[in-house]
Design a protein around this ligand. Sequence first.
Ligand code: G3H
Length: 255
Amino acid sequence: EVFQEISGLLKKEKLLAHILGIQRVIIVPGNLEDDSNVKQLIGKEAVSFLIEHAKNDDFVAITGGSTVAALADFLAPVKSVSSLTFIAARGSIGDELELQANTLVSQFASKSHANSKTLYLPEHLSQTAYETMKKEPVIKEIIDLYEEVHFVIHGIGNAKEMAVRRHTDNEIIAILRDKQAVGEAFGYYFDINGEIIYQINSIGIQLEQVKNSRNIIAVAGGANKAKAIRAYFNIAAKHTVLITDEGAANAILEG
Ligand code: G3H
């Protein structure tokens, strides 16, 4: 029975990869909306992938969110990860202090005895302030690093849920609603076709820089993210590896 279950998941992984147009999908059993342990399983798979594919001294950009946070428990000072540098993929957003990239970067680095680069910057900067900040040496250093990251690990969010979680202004909520945003990843909100509708005005890694990264891991599960995941893979790099759960996978395959 266990074997049947495994081979069922393997088939689903292949099918889903085909539908999304990518080479590799990893599906963990369960639906994280019903069982919080499922998120941990996603985190565990992501760490295994990182250990297997990271090269010495790689720069690893990570975003925030609870799914990326789930990697933390599985990071340990093994040789292949202690030479890494974890980099915050973006400045602070919303009130998500515990789940923001900076917090996770420090946590990941301390768990794996690796290096870290954080980016403490307020959101909602005026255009002038934004231009000035970008020239500040400590900030410029990180922005320049985004050009040469080797690994990106990021979440994918349900647009509505993310907008609420981040206490987004009504004006922007209206744009997201009118243009039918379904998903969000590293500050970009997009519709079902992957058209970018809105980008959060905060300093962070850009889509092109993510795509240029040698390895990209997207971690997202739960049936309510099915549309967001589906949409994101219209713009994602083909070498992105999706680590998801059965909840999202079934919803995409059935939808
Ligand atoms: O950008 C997407 C969000 O960071 C996803 O957050 O993993 O807590 O759902 P989550």
